[in-house]
Ligand binder design. Structure first.
Ligand code: WTA
Length: 682
C-alpha cells in the first residue's frame, strides 16, 4: 500500500536540514513505523501511551471496533478500562513530572499590535484550576455540557481545560457564528451553562459578543430551554483589579462603543468568580471512552451534527500527530493560525501542542490587519519555527505579492503546514518559494472534524512532497479508494476516499443521534468509514483529494452545507425556493452562488437581495454570506422534480457544455438562467 520507493523527480524535500533532529528522518523509517502501526497497533500505541499518566490501566485490547453496519451497531473503543484526565496530562504532568512549569505555553498576540501577554505552563495550570473550581461551584459536574462562545484569548483555553479537568464536556461555538447558530447548538447538546466574553475586535470591526450571546439565550428561553448561567469574561472592558461583586456588570473602560447588556439573574462576571476561587482542584478521573467534547460541523441535511470525541484516543492521537507531523522539538515556537472554534484549533492549538509541552503563539487577529505583513511580523517577533495555516490565507496574501513577506526575515521557519482544503499548486509554490524560501517542507494535512487529527499527511523529514497532494496515511490509518459499487480500486485510480479501520482519534458518535452517525459515515459502503471526499491515487501511490462529493461547500476552508444556506433563504417571506451551488473563487476556494425563486407577485430588487444576504448572515454567520444571488423564475428540474444542481453549477460558472440534460423537464429554464447570470465582479 505504501510504495517501496518514492519517485526522485518532480518531488520536493525542502533544503533545510531537519533530518538530524527528526523523529522520523527517512521514508524508510516512515514505512517501517507505518507497518508496525498497522500490524501491531497495541505495541505501536502502547509505546506512545507510556508517556502519559493513567490513573488505571486498560483491561482489553488497544482498539476494538465494528465498522460494518450489516454486523450490528457501529462502535470504536480505545484503551477500554483505563482512566485518566487530559487536563492533568497537558498541565500537571508537564509542570510536575517533566519540570516544564516555567516554559511558555502561549505567547498571546492581540488583534492590535502591541497588545500581548504570555502564560507559562505553571500559570496556565493555576488559572485552569481556579476556573474549574468556579465551574464546580456553579454546579457543573462530570458529563454536563458547557457551551463556550469566545474570542481567541487565553481564557478560551482556560475555559476548555477547566471543563476537561472536571469531566464536563465542552461544546465550543466559533465566535463568528450567529446567535441563531449558537442557540441551535446549545439546545442540541442541552448545555447547562454558557461562557462568553464582552466583545472583541476582528481587524477594525467591533463584535459585541455578549449581545449575540444574549440573543441566543433569549431564543433558547423562547424555545423552552432556559440556560441558568452565563459567565462573562471582560476582554475589552478590562479594568484595574478591584473588588467586584460577581453579579454586577463589567465597567466599560478601553472600548467606549462596546455594549455589555447585563442580566443579573443569569450573568456572572468571570473575574469576580475566579478572584474567590482556590488554586487547588483535584481532577476528575475519566474512563477512556467518556466524552471529551462536542464540536458541531455542517451536515448535508442542513442540520449541524455534534461530533463527539472521547478521552484517551483523542489525547494520544492529537499528541502523536502534532509531534510527528510538525516534528516537534523542545526549542520550537509553533503557530497555528486557526481559530479554536474549529477542529484545527481544538487539536492543534490546545490539545496536541500542550500534550507535548510546546510553546505556541495564540493570535487573536487577522492576517491583513493592520496590514498584510502581519503574519510575517509575528513570525519574526516570536521566532516561529513551525507555522500552520490554510490555503485560503495563503491565496489571500499571495495577491499582494512577495514584498510584504520579504519585509521580514522569517529565518526561524523550519516547517510550513496547510489544512482545510486542497491547496492549488500555484499557492503551494508561492508558500514554498516565497514564504519558506525553498528551505521548509510543506505538510499538506488532510483531515476532518470527524477524524480528530491528521489522517493523510507528509512527515516533514521523511516524505517527498508533490504540490497539492496530502501524500500518504499517518500511522494507524488505512485508506482505500472505492468505486460507485463499493469495490476497492488498486493502483492509480479515482473514487470515494474511505478508511478501513479506526485510529485512536476518530469520532465515536453524533451527539444524541447514533443512528445518524451510522447512516452518514457507514451506510453507503458497509465495512468502511466514508469521508465524503473524492480522491485520486497516482502511479506513485500518492493521494490527491479532489474535493467533496456530497452537497457540501468549502468556503475559506470551512465546510458549509448547501441545504443549510437554502433553508436560511427560504425562511424569507419573499422566497419560494432556493438552490445553492459552489462557484470557484480565487481566494476562498469556493463562493456561494444562490438561485432564488420568488413567490408569486414579489418583484426582485437590490433591496431584497441585500435582505437575503443579511438573513443568511444572521441565521448562520458571516462565513455563509452569499456572494451571488440570482433571481431564478424557474429552476432546472428533472421530471421527478429534483433540482439539477450539476446544471446550476455550470450556469454559475458560465460553462455552456452541460453534458447530458435529457432528464430535464423544461430546458428553456436553463437558457433563461444563462441570460440572467449575475456578472461576478471578481
Ligand atoms: C477538506 C478541517 C484537501 C476536506 C480539518 C474535508 C482538505 C474537510 C484538507 C473537513 C486538505 C481538509 N486537502 N481537502 N489538506 N483538509 N480538507 O471538518 O473536504 O472543517 O472533508 O476539518 O475539509 O473539514 P473540517
Amino acid at each position: 500500500m505504501i510504495p517501496d520507493h518514492v519517485p526522485e523527480e518532480n518531488v520536493y524535500y525542502g533544503s533545510g536540514d531537519l533530518k538530524k533532529e527528526s523523529h522520523v528522518p527517512s521514508f524508510d523509517k516512515y514505512k517501517e513505523l507505518y507497518m508496525k502501526s498497522i500490524d501491531n497497533p497495541d505495541e505501536f500505541w502502547g509505546v506512545v501511551a507510556k508517556d502519559f499518566f493513567w490513573k488505571s490501566k486498560p483491561t482489553g485490547p488497544f482498539l476494538s471496533y465494528n465498522f460494518d453496519v450489516t454486523k450490528g451497531e457501529i462502535f470504536i473503543k480505545c484503551m477500554e478500562g483505563a482512566s485518566t484526565n487530559i487536563c492533568y496530562n497537558l498541565l500537571d504532568r508537564n509542570v510536575h513530572e517533566r519540570k516544564l512549569g516555567d516554559r511558555i505555553a502561549f505567547f498571546w498576540e492581540g488583534n492590535e499590535p502591541g497588545d500581548e501577554s504570555v502564560v507559562t505552563y505553571r500559570e496556565l495550570l493555576q488559572r485552569v484550576c481556579r476556573f474549574a473550581n468556579v465551574l464546580r461551584s456553579q454546579g457543573v459536574k462530570k458529563g454536563d455540557r458547557v457551551s463556550i462562545y469566545m474570542p481567541m484569548v487565553i481564557e478560551l483555553v482556560v475555559a476548555m481545560l477547566a471543563c476537561v479537568r472536571i469531566g464536563a464536556v465542552h461544546s465550543i461555538v466559533f465566535a463568528g457564528f450567529s446567535a441563531e447558530s449558537l442557540c441551535e447548538r446549545i439546545m442540541d447538546s442541552q448545555c447547562l451553562l454558557l461562557i462568553t466574553a464582552d466583545g472583541f475586535y476582528r481587524g477594525d470591526k467591533l463584535i459585541n459578543l455578549k449581545h449575540l450571546a444574549d440573543e441566543a439565550l433569549q431564543k433558547c428561553r423562547d424555545k423552552g430551554f432556559p440556560v441558568k448561567r452565563c459567565i462573562v469574561l471582560k476582554h475589552l472592558s478590562k479594568e484595574p483589579e478591584e473588588s467586584m461583586d460577581s453579579h454586577s456588570p463589567p465597567a466599560k473602560r478601553s472600548c467606549p462603543d462596546l455594549q455589555v447588556p447585563w442580566n443579573p439573574e443569569v450573568d456572572l462576571c468571570w473575574h469576580a468568580l475566579i478572584s474567590e476561587a482556590s488554586d487547588e482542584c483535584e481532577p476528575e478521573w475519566c474512563n477512556s471512552e467518556d466524552p471529551l467534547f462536542i464540536l458541531y460541523t455542517s451536515g448535508s441535511t442542513g442540520k449541524p451534527k455534534g461530533v463527539v470525541h472521547t478521552v484517551s484516543g483523542y489525547m494520544l492521537y492529537t499528541a502523536t500527530t502534532f509531534k510527528l507531523v510538525f516534528d516537534h522539538q523542545p526549542d520550537d515556537v509553533y503557530w497555528c493560525t486557526a481559530d479554536i472554534g474549529w477542529i484545527t484549533g481544538h487539536s492543534y492549538i490546545t490539545y496536541g501542542p500542550l500534550a507535548n509541552g510546546a510553546t505556541s503563539v495564540l493570535f487573536e487577529g487577522l492576517p491583513t490587519y493592520p496590514d498584510v505583513s502581519r503574519m510575517w511580523e509575528i513570525v519574526d517577533k516570536y521566532h516561529v519555527t513551525k507555522f500552520y495555516t490554510a490555503p485560503t490565507a495563503i491565496r489571500l496574501l499571495m495577491k499582494f505579492g512577495s514584498e510584504p513577506v520579504q519585509k521580514f526575515k522569517r529565518k526561524s521557519l523550519k516547517v510550513l503546514g496547510t489544512v482545510g482544503e486542497p491547496i492549488n499548486p500555484e499557492a503551494w509554490h508561492w508558500y514554498y518559494n516565497v514564504v519558506g524560501e525553498k528551505r521548509c517542507p510543506i505538510v499538506d494535512t488532510f483531515w476532518q472534524t470527524e477524524t480528530g487529527g491528521h489522517v493523510l499527511t507528509p512527515l516533514p523529514a521523511a516524505t517527498p512532497m508533490k504540490p497539492g497532494s496530502a501524500t500518504f496515511p499517518f500511522f494507524g490509518v488505512v485508506p482505500a479508494i472505492l468505486n460507485e459499487s463499493g469495490e476497492e480500486l488498486e493502483g492509480p485510480s479515482e473514487g470515494y476516499l474511505v478508511f478501513k479501520q479506526p485510529w485512536p482519534g476518530v469520532m465515536r458518535t453524533v451527539y444524541g443521534n447514533h443512528q445518524r452517525f451510522e447512516s452518514i459515515y457507514f451506510k453507503k459502503f458497509p465495512g468502511y468509514y466514508v469521508t465524503g471526499d473524492g480522491c485520486r491515487r497516482d502511479k506513485d501511490g500518492y493521494y490527491w483529494i479532489t474535493g467533496r462529493i456530497d452537497d457540501m461547500l468549502n468556503v475559506s476552508g470551512h465546510l458549509l452545507s448547501t441545504a443549510e444556506v437554502e433553508s436560511a433563504l427560504v425562511e424569507h417571506r419573499a422566497v419560494a425556493e432556493a438552490a445553492v451551488v459552489g462557484r470557484p473563487h480565487p481566494i476562498k476556494g469556493e463562493s456561494l452562488y444562490c438561485f432564488v425563486t420568488l413567490k408569486d407577485g414579489v418583484a426582485y430588487s437590490q433591496m431584497l437581495e441585500a435582505e437575503l444576504k443579511k438573513q443568511v448572515r444572521e441565521k448562520i454567520g458571516a462565513i455563509a454570506t452569499p456572494d451571488y444571488i440570482q433571481n431564478a423564475p424557474g429552476l432546472p428540474k428533472t421530471r421527478s422534480g429534483k433540482i439539477m444542481r450539476r446544471v446550476l453549477r455550470k450556469i454559475a460558472c458560465n460553462e455552456k457544455d452541460l453534458g447530458d440534460i435529457s432528464t430535464l423537464a423544461d430546458s428553456s429554464v436553463v437558457e433563461e438562467l444563462f441570460q440572467n447570470r449575475c456578472c461576478p465582479s471578481v
